[in-house]
Design a protein around this ligand. Structure first.
Ligand code: FES
Length: 99
């Protein structure tokens, strides 16, 4: 996690639920926007592009750019279009696709 990101949790006392991110436990605010919750938790990169391997993270926060793609329970989803829920299994596709 990157504690240097300029995002902060606006509801630090909100009830938390446990999810996993790349196999590590992470407690996020229940019902919060998933992309915003991950950014506030210090997660800046949600995936790497399959061509160059460049890191990507949320940009528009309204479902237009697709830079927030992340795997949720094995399905690639837009994190900015989802809510945090207990037990989500999140993984970040990282790295270039072999040629
Ligand atoms: S941040 Fe742009 S689609 Fe999610």
């Amino acid at each position: 996690m990157n504690a240097a990101l300029p995002f902060r949790d606006l509801s630090p006392d909100a009830p938390r639920v446990r999810v996993t991110l790349d196999g590590a436990p992470l407690d996020l605010p229940d019902g919060a926007n998933l992309a915003a919750a991950l950014l506030a938790a210090g997660v800046g990169s949600f995936r790497a592009t399959p061509v160059s391997g460049a890191p990507r993270g949320p940009f528009c926060m309204m479902g237009a750019c697709f830079d927030c793609l992340i795997e949720v329970d094995g399905v690639t989803r837009q994190a900015c279009m989802m809510q945090v829920g207990a037990g989500l299994t999140l993984s970040r596709p990282m790295g270039k696709v072999a040629e």
